[in-house]
Design a protein around this ligand. Structure first.
Ligand code: S3P
Length: 455
């Protein structure tokens, strides 16, 4: 259910319980890999089977878009899906507007696909997605030959007029963005010759893994300045594949931080993806003094995974290296919560990209944390948070009710903070969490968290 389709807002409040969090849980499938599994399945000829798919609202929108362009996408039950694809270059014109809901990833990736097909498609989304900049994909996709008609700044609603004669381009990303990299590579799939993307800093490489998994030729070379050059040979024939989606490390970060800040906690999260380009938050939390251990390390569908056991810890403030931003970009909101409960100052810089996520996450987190009694200083590209220390001596006062601005990660961050804040914390609408973490409140309750609907 989306925030836009379900009529009534569902306010929710969390507060400290009498005991620590305890138990074992499994977080939902990885959002990035789930979007890609459906897209790549739709581009191969034959049946792709996916298990562990995230059945969140964002991914369901991508499933609907793939269906609208000719693929057969069906749920077999509980994370198990089947996709009958149409082959690279075989998508057909959708009969209606593609409503991507809240999903920036879905919107940008599917735009890349349409760009190198000989038809047009119009994209829209919810109020959050319609605020987000699309110029970053419009610019390279125009070079490939697509045309665009949209609002200022390339904002949605936006029509992509794909080209019948896509050009293979060489494109250097102006910002570290896996979405832009992927949009260019997806467009390049249907272009003859080699499409090259140069990224200034490495970003999540699920696309590169999956391209190879489905049979494409991809060459990745490091640059002297620490980036990567990715070369994709166009017009491959995709063989259908089997994909096991690991648990999302970005989702795991919420119960993890909850266990770190609620006294007496010890929890285990199973099957969490540990792709090294996604694990910056784990490194950062460990530097802050977090006590967690990885067990049952293994590989699932080409991605490293493990179970993680997390214990309540005395966290200290640190300076987060700016170059770590791409590997923990979605985890800053929950990191700010950990920082608020740590001893000493935490300083984050080089995180300007947070301003163009589902909300302006620097501004929304700063406002919400201040309302909860946390001292901080907001910068254009980061934040300084004065940690309150550990309960019972140091404790975040809380007591605020937070406007989540259609941002799932803002909602979950403040619900986690409420579990360790003196007077708890409320959010205006729990429905937004459906985009990436369906069942978040239930999972936290099973671990012993006190989360209650407040009408
Ligand atoms: C994603 C890339 C990141 C991330 C988003 C998912 C992806 O966005 O924030 O949640 O799946 O490629 P950017 O590419 O804008 O950094």
């Amino acid at each position: 259910m989306t925030a836009s389709s379900d009529q009534k807002a569902r306010p929710l409040r969390s507060r400290p319980g009498t005991k620590g969090l305890a138990g074992t849980a499994k977080v939902p499938g990885d959002k990035s890999i789930s979007h890609r599994a459906l897209i790549f399945g739709a581009l191969s000829v034959g049946e792709t089977r996916v298990s562990g798919l995230l059945e969140g609202e964002d991914v369901l929108r991508t499933a609907a878009a793939m269906r609208a362009m000719g693929a057969e996408v069906e749920r077999l039950g509980d994370g198990n899906w089947t996709v009958w694809g149409v082959g690279v270059g075989g998508l057909s014109e959708p009969a209606d507007v593609l409503d991507m809901g809240n999903a920036g990833t879905g919107a940008r990736l599917v735009m890349g696909l349409v760009a190198s097909h000989d038809f047009a498609a119009t994209f829209t989304g919810d109020a959050s997605l319609r605020r987000r900049p699309m110029g970053r994909v419009v610019e390279p996709l125009q070079r490939i030959g697509a045309r665009f008609v949209g609002r200022s700044g390339g904002r949605l609603p936006l029509t992509v007029v794909g080209t019948a004669h896509p050009l293979p381009i060489e494109y250097e990303l102006p910002v570290a963005s896996a979405q832009v990299k992927t949009a260019v590579l997806l467009a390049g799939l249907n272009a003859p010759g080699i499409t090259t993307v140069i990224e200034p800093e490495p970003t999540r490489d699920h696309t590169e893994h999956m391209l190879r998994h489905f049979g494409a030729t991809v060459d990745v070379q490091p640059t002297k300045s620490g980036g990567r050059i990715i070369r994709l040979t166009g017009q491959p024939e995709f063989k259908p594949a089997t994909i096991a989606v690991p648990g999302d490390p970005s989702s795991a970060a919420f119960p993890m931080v909850a266990a770190l800040i609620v006294p007496g906690s010890e929890i285990t999260l199973q099957n969490v993806g540990l792709n090294p380009l996604r694990t910056g938050v784990f490194t950062t939390l460990q530097e802050m003094g977090a006590d967690f251990s990885f067990t049952n390390k293994r590989s699932e569908g080409g991605e490293p995974v493990a179970d993680i056991t997390i214990r309540h810890s005395a966290l200290k403030g640190i300076t987060v290296p700016p170059e770590r931003a791409p590997s923990m970009i979605d985890e800053y909101p929950i990191l700010f919560v950990a920082a608020a409960c740590a001893e000493g100052d935490t300083i984050v810089r080089g995180a300007r990209e947070l301003r163009v996520k589902e909300s302006d996450r620097l501004a929304v987190m700063a406002r919400g944390l201040k309302a909860c009694g946390v001292e901080l200083e907001e910068f254009e590209d980061g934040i300084l948070i004065r940690g309150q220390g550990r309960p019972p001596q140091g404790i975040v006062p809380g007591g605020a009710s937070i406007e989540t601005e259609l941002d799932h990660r803002i909602a979950m961050s403040f619900l986690v903070l409420g579990l360790a804040a003196k007077d708890g914390v409320g959010i205006d609408d729990a429905r937004v969490m459906e985009t990436s973490f369906p069942g978040f409140a239930d999972l936290m309750r099973r671990l012993g968290g006190d989360l209650q609907i407040t009408e």
